[in-house]
Design a binder for this molecule. Structure first.
Ligand code: ADP
Ligand code: MG
Ligand code: MG
Length: 302
């Protein structure tokens, strides 16, 4: 179990002083589905990027904390008392990812000659290695440094200690793809080459299934999907929650995906703040009445 906690989060554009987030409060726990809704330009994507540690934004006030429970990494890693709470704002993006935060589209566009399988295995091993470094006992440090000169190319070759090897990874991938009801051929394709919009979104879900994050932030994963793809992607998101207890922060402008990925909590963002929170009924009300209704309700004017 893990809990991501944003409190009084203020952020501005790094190059300049335009304030975008003006005090965001939000808590997402493993196993919960939260919908973050709001009109264009309200600060939804900025919230996602600040959680992930995007360098374009500077946090000027507030906190992003991640609280971990004992069992977070299974038997791999024992969490000490002083390693239960992490201030994500002090950490690099890859360290945040290693602690269990997933933000979609963390992969480059198209890379020639790299299959999805290789890409996903590399991503998983990078996470495992980073996690070992974060939780490493100080006595082990010298040993880890000695190893460094002998690392294999990340894309091929036998696995280092602690890494997932090619054969083992095939098993993991197959299981996850079955879970998501994805076509096996997918994994043999080259990274993003000729992928349709829908396939890219499915890849995003597959990546989250492989990395098993505590909290996945999915920004407009529903945009541009036809109804069949929307259903496939939605089933995948539900599986992340049901099969591996991932908490979901589902960012969306439209109510439509929430018919398939039913949120426990719905939040409406306006002008860089969460203006309203509620249950699924809030999303339905937005569908009927639009965002101006929230603005009127909160500010007394549209
Ligand atoms: P949303 O995802 O809710 O549509 P964003 O978080 O993308 O909104 O943007 C919120 C506001 O901040 C918008 O007015 C946008 O133009 C501005 N903004 C976001 N990122 C930047 C940036 N890197 N540089 C300048 N303005 C930005
Ligand atoms: Mg600045
Ligand atoms: Mg956005």
């Amino acid at each position: 179990m893990a809990r991501l906690e944003l409190s009084n989060l203020h952020a501005e554009v790094a190059e300049g002083d335009e304030q975008i987030l003006e005090g965001v409060d939000l808590e997402v726990q493993s196993g919960e589905i939260h919908a973050l809704m709001g009109p264009n330009g309200s600060g939804k994507s900025t919230t996602a990027k600040v959680i992930a540690g995007h360098p374009a934004y500077e946090v000027t006030e507030g906190e992003v904390l991640l609280h971990l429970e004992d069992d977070e990494f299974g038997e791999d890693i024992e969490i000490d008392e002083d390693q239960r709470t992490w201030n994500l704002l002090d950490l690099e993006p890859n360290e945040r990812a290693a602690l269990g935060i997933f933000l979609g589209f963390q992969y480059p566009a198209e890379i020639e000659g790299v299959t999805m399988t290789n890409f996903l295995r590399t991503a998983l091993n990078a996470k495992i290695e980073e996690r070992e470094e974060l939780f490493e006992d100080e006595d082990d440090e010298d040993e880890a440094e000695d190893d460094e000169g002998f690392e294999n190319s990340p894309m091929e070759g036998p696995a280092d200690e602690g890494e997932v090897g090619v054969a083992e990874f095939q098993g993991i991938l197959q299981e996850k793809m079955e879970q998501l009801e994805m076509d096996e051929k997918f994994a043999q394709r080259y990274l993003n080459a000729g992928f349709s919009g829908g396939e890219k979104k499915q890849n995003e879900v597959l990546q989250a299934a492989i990395l098993e994050p505590s909290v996945a932030v999915l920004d407009e994963i529903d945009s541009g999907l036809d109804i069949d793809r929307l259903q496939d992607v939605s089933e995948g998101i539900n599986a992340l929650r049901d099969e591996q207890g991932t908490g979901i922060l589902q960012i969306t402008h439209y109510q439509r995906i929430l018919d398939y990925v039913e949120p426990d909590h719905v939040h409406v963002m306006l002008d860089g703040q969460i203006a309203k929170s509620g249950g699924p009924e809030l999303a339905e009300k937005l569908e009927d009445k639009g965002y101006d209704w929230v603005r009127e309700d909160v500010y007394g004017t549209a």
